[in-house]
Design a protein around this ligand. Sequence first.
Ligand code: SF4
Length: 374
Amino acid sequence: MPFEQGPIRPPSEAESLLLRISRNCPWNKCLFCPVYKGKKFSRRSVEEIKGDILAFKEAELKIKALSMRHGYGGAVTTEVMELLYRSKPELFQVGLWLYRGGRNVFLQDADGLAMAPAKLVEVLKFLKEQFPSIDRITTYARSKTAAKRSVEQLTALREAGLTRVHIGMETGNDALLQAMCKGVTAAEQIEGGKKVKEAGLELSEYVLLGLGGRADWEAHILDTVAVLNAINPHFIRLRTLALRPGIPLLEKVQRGEFQIQEDEGTVREVKLLLENLRVTSYLASDHILNLLEEIEGQLPWEMPRLLAVVNTYLEMSPERRANFRLGRRLGYYRKLRDMEDKNLFAQVEVVRRRLQEQGEDLENFLVRQMARFV
Ligand code: SF4
C-alpha cells in the first residue's frame, strides 16, 4: 500500500479511513498494554502525512475511473466493490471507505494530540480540502497530552475538522495509575477531559474493568466514577483487562502480586460504577472481551435497564453463569438473552461437560480464551 497504517483503532471506528499521523506510543510504559511494546515512537512530518492523503486521493480517482469504465457512473457500488476485490485489492480499503460514504477518518496511532497543534491543523485542513465528504475526524489521545494543550489550541483543532477524542483513562485511582505506570494523575485526567470538552470536541473515555485486580476493585471503580463525574464525557466505553504472554502485568500475576478479576468481579465493578455515576454520558460496552455486551445506553435515564441486566446475571445460578461465560467466550452468545435459545444452550453445556470430564479448570480455560482477543 502506498500509505502507512498503524495496528489499531477503536471498534467504533470500524468504518473510518485510517490516517497515521505518528507511529506507536510516545509513552509506551503502561504495564497492561501490549499494543506498541518493543516499538519506538516517531513523528511523521506534515509532508509525509500529506503524501498519504494524496495516495488516498489517487486511489479514489482510480476507483471512480474504474466505475465509469464499467458503466456505474463513478459511483462506488456493490458491483464496483466486487471488481476491486477481484482485480484491484490494493484499492479495496479506500473503496470500502467510499462505499460506506467516505465520511469518517481516524488519526493513528496512540496519541494524536502529541503532534504540534499548528501542524495538526495544517493536516486536518488539507484532509478536508481533499475529501469534502468527511464530517467526522477522531483520534486517540493521552489525557496528559490533552491537559498540556490550551483550550485555544484544542479549539483550533476542532475548527480545522477534529471532532472527537478517545482517551484511555483506565482508572481514576492514583495509586493504581502509578502502579500501572500510566504516567498521569486523576487530576490531570480531569483537566485534560474538561479542556477537550470546553473546546467543543466530543470526548470518549475508556474504563478498564479489572485493573484493580481482586484486591483494589472498589477503590478502582469509586475513584474512576469520581473522575468521570467530574468530566461528564460524551461517551464512556468499557473495556476488560485480559493478559497474554509479553504483557508486563502478567509477570506481576505470575509473582502473585496481582490477582486477575474473574467475570463475577468485573460484573460487580459495572454494578458499582452504574450505581454511582452521575453523568449524562452514553455508556457503551463495545468490546469482545466484555462479558455483558448489552450494558449500553444513554445515562442517566437508561440506568435502571442497565442495572437490571447486571442483576439478571448476578442472580443466575452458578451453573447458568458458567454456561453464559463459556458461551460468551467461545462465541456462541453475544447477549444474555441468547441463552434462551435451547439449541445454543445445549451446545455450550456439551462443551462445559466435556471440559469437566477432562479435568479442565473453567477459570484457566476462560483466561486462555480471553487472551486470544488481546
Ligand atoms: S498510553 Fe495508551 S497506547 Fe501508550 S502504553 Fe499506555 S495504554 Fe498503551
